[in-house]
Write a protein that binds this ligand. Structure first.
Ligand code: C5P
Length: 245
C-alpha cells in the first residue's frame, strides 16, 4: 500500500500524489465578472484530485461598530484595497503554498462580518486564489504562478450583481445601486482594471469563454507535469476507486 496517511490530514490525503509546492492560480476581476464560474470550470476540467480555492473575501477586515453602522446604510467602502487584511491573506496563502493546511475565516455578506467558526483548507496540488483585489498587493501577486484576469461587460456585471445581492446577500435594489454607483464602479476603474497589467491571461466574457479556460487548463497541466505530477498514476488510482475528494 503506497498510501501514506499523516495526522491532521483527512484519510484520503495521499502524499504520493501531492506536489512539494502547489501551483497557485490568481484570479482577479470586477465584482460579478464570473471569477467563481471560471474557477469552477478550471477545477472541473483539470481533473486533479486536490484543488483548493481561497477567496480574498474571506479576509475582509472586521468592522468597528461605527463602520458596521455605515455598512448597514450602504455607506462603507468594501471596494478599497484597505478593506482587506492583505497581510493575513498573504500569510495564509504562503502556508498553503508550503503544503500546510490552514484555518480561514468564513465571511458572511449578510452581516458584513466573519462567522464565529473558521473553515479548514488543506494543502493541495493547485490553489486558486480569487478576488476583486487579488492583484492589488505585491505580496500576494508574488505567491501566484499564473495570473488570470476575468473580464466581463460592465452592464453584465451590474445585472448579475443586482440579481445575486438581492437573492443571496439579502440586499434591496436601491441599496445595491447606491453601493455600486458610490464605490463599486469607481473602484473598478481606479483599483481593479489597472491591475490587468499583471495578468498573464485575460479572459473576455468570463465563465462563458471555454476556449480560454481550456488554454488555462492545458498550461496548468503542463506545469504540474513539469513539477513531477503524474496524471496517469493519479487517474489510475482514481479509477481503482480509491477514496479521493
Ligand atoms: O463576489 P464578489 O467578487 O463580487 O465580492 C466582492 C464585492 O462584495 C465587492 O464589490 C463589495 O462591494 C461586495 N461586498 C458587499 N458587502 C460586504 C462585503 C463586500 O456587498 N459586506
Amino acid at each position: 500500500n503506497r498510501t501514506i496517511y499523516t495526522a491532521g490530514r483527512p484519510p484520503w490525503y495521499n502524499l504520493q500524489g501531492q506536489l512539494k509546492e502547489p501551483f497557485v492560480i490568481g484570479l482577479c476581476g470586477g465584482s460579478a465578472s464570473g471569477k467563481t464560474t471560471v474557477a469552477n470550470k478550471i477545477i472541473e476540467q483539470l481533473g486533479v484530485p486536490w484543488v483548493s480555492m481561497l477567496s480574498l473575501d474571506s479576509f475582509y477586515k472586521v468592522l468597528t461598530p461605527e463602520q458596521h453602522k455605515a455598512a448597514l446604510r450602504n455607506e462603507y467602502n468594501f471596494d478599497h484595497p484597505d478593506s482587506f487584511d492583505a497581510d493575513l491573506a498573504a500569510s495564509v496563502l504562503k502556508k498553503l503554498k508550503e503544503g500546510k493546511s490552514v484555518q480561514v475565516p468564513i465571511y458572511d455578506f449578510k452581516t458584513h462580518g466573519r462567522q464565529e467558526q473558521m473553515t479548514n483548507i488543506y494543502g493541495a496540488n493547485v490553489i486558486i486564489f480569487e478576488g476583486i483585489m487579488a492583484f492589488a498587493y505585491k505580496d500576494l501577486r508574488d505567491l501566484m504562478d499564473m495570473k488570470v484576469f476575468v473580464d466581463a461587460d460592465p452592464d453584465v456585471r451590474l445585472a448579475r450583481r443586482l440579481k445575486r445581492d438581492i437573492s443571496e446577500r439579502e440586499r434591496d435594489l436601491v441599496g445595491v445601486l447606491q453601493l455600486y454607483n458610490t464605490f463599486v464602479k469607481p473602484a473598478f476603474d481606479q483599483y481593479i482594471a489597472p491591475t490587468v497589467v499583471y495578468a498573464d491571461i485575460v479572459v473576455p466574457r468570463g465563465g462563458e469563454n471555454n476556449v480560454a479556460i481550456d488554454l488555462i487548463v492545458r498550461h496548468v497541466r503542463t506545469q504540474l507535469e513539469q513539477r513531477g505530477f503524474n496524471f496517469r498514476a493519479q487517474l489510475r488510482s482514481f479509477h481503482q476507486g480509491q477514496p479521493l475528494p
